[in-house]
Design a protein around this ligand. Structure first.
Ligand SMILES: C[S@@+](CC[C@H](N)C(=O)[O-])C[C@H]1O[C@@H](n2cnc3c(N)ncnc32)[C@H](O)[C@@H]1O
Length: 387
């Protein structure tokens, strides 16, 4: 098969520089200008014609309303600043922003007036979407190959300090190093070229940071046997450093797959957590189709918490999406919708109208179940750090 331009670029770089760390390979696959997965077109998020879906696709209303209530609580706690700058990083199509603003407009006009909701996303072509009020698109991150996140600035170069920086499923996209155990030693996985094809090879850890990473979290990896693998997301730590610097007073909220280190790096998860998404099919072949599929790995939240603390942040909450959404009233809101819009008197099961209402109600209820399912999205982790 003829290699794609990105495959060609990767091969040429390896021929020039030698094997790449998996992180460097992943950075090219996702962020290489013109060819990387996030650089060529709007990210394919959603159901039809997409690669994966997120909580906002499951229910932009319920999810956004909970985020709206959370932001409102923090606005109150921070003594109602105006403007109240919220920066959403990796905002995708801006659905969450639109949902939060709609909730604020309906429920709390004074909060809505204060809310200055800004968006950042690295992805190409997101701009073609319906604009979001107060949206700041100049905040896109133009140097992905060097840094996964850059912050926004206004036309004077002065960035208004956000009170909240939030992200949903952003950190799992950052390039990861992969390590593997053999004979009680830790190796790093590199990407090389053999017979014109990309392949994995084992080598010494490329840096001391990679070599010592698991020991920082007291992971007994020497006991896990040959072939045990783990991912190391060093960019996540750089990201929290940069994000902490954006915040003078307020909160960082980040939601993602993952767990604390001791729950993430266990002997039972022998193959790590790397996953690729292409047209809603999950696969574990990151070397196939570079630039055409998403590549992700679970997030080590211990690293974010520890690095956040080093940056002077405090751990405010670490919980699951299920518990967090429930603490923000998702079940009460569902119950309210049932009694307002789908009460027995409205759902006359014998009529066509009643049948349609019943189906709508099942759909709504199912969306809340999906967002809170302990075996699915409900098990996403929610980390809140504060300064
Ligand atoms: C899984 S999607 C989530 C989108 C949105 N937050 C949602 O919940 O629907 C990840 C988003 O992060 C963006 N992204 C990936 N890497 C990024 C980076 N290094 N900096 C900023 N945005 C990034 C992608 O373009 C994509 O829109």
């Amino acid at each position: 098969m003829t290699p794609t331009p990105l495959q060609q670029l990767i091969v040429e770089r390896i021929q020039r520089e030698g094997p790449l760390t998996f992180a460097e390979y992943m950075r090219m696959a996702l962020y290489e200008p013109e060819y990387g997965y996030y650089m060529t077109r709007p990210t394919r998020i959603g159901f039809e014609g997409a690669d994966f879906y997120t909580s906002t696709d499951v229910s932009s209303v319920f999810f956004a309303n909970c985020v709206g209530r959370q932001l409102h609580q923090w606005w109150d706690k921070l003594k109602r600043p105006s403007p109240f700058v919220v920066l959403e990083q990796g905002a995708g199509r801006g659905d969450l922003a639109r949902g939060v603003q709609a909730w604020a407009r309906q429920q709390t006009p004074d909060f809505h007036t204060a809310l200055d909701y800004r968006l950042e996303d690295i992805s190409a072509g997101q701009d073609g979407r319906e604009p979001v009020k107060n949206e700041s698109r100049e905040a896109r991150l133009p140097e992905p190959t060097r840094s996964p996140q850059r912050t926004s600035s206004n036309s004077n170069g002065a960035a208004p300090a956000p009170s909240v920086v939030l992200s949903n499923e952003l950190v799992d996209a950052f390039p990861i190093h992969i390590v593997e155990t053999h004979g009680s030693r830790l190796y790093e996985i590199y990407i090389d070229v053999r017979a014109g094809r990309l392949c994995e090879v084992r080598g010494e850890p490329g840096t001391a940071e990679v070599a010592s990473y698991l020991d920082r979290y007291h992971i007994p990896w020497t006991q896990f046997g040959d072939g045990w693998r783990a991912e190391i997301n060093l960019d996540a730590m750089r990201w929290i450093q940069r994000t902490a610097h954006l915040l003078q007073r307020g909160y960082i909220l980040t939601i993602d797959y993952g767990d604390k280190a001791r729950a993430l790096y266990t002997r039972y998860r022998r193959h790590g957590t790397l996953a690729c998404y292409f047209q809603h099919q999950m696969n574990e072949r990151p070397l196939a189709r570079p630039g055409e599929q998403d590549i992700t790995a679970h997030v080590n939240f211990s690293a974010l918490i520890d690095e956040g603390r080093r940056q002077g942040l405090h751990l405010h909450k670490f919980t699951t999406q299920r518990l967090w959404l429930e603490s923000l009233g998702i079940q009460e809101e569902l119950e309210q919708r049932r009694s307002n819009d789908f009460s027995e008197s409205i759902i006359d099961r014998a009529s066509d109208r009643g049948q349609v209402a019943l189906l709508k109600w099942y759909d709504l209820r199912q969306r809340v179940v999906a967002l809170t399912d302990p075996a699915g999205m409900g098990n996403f982790k929610v980390l809140i750090l504060r300064r």
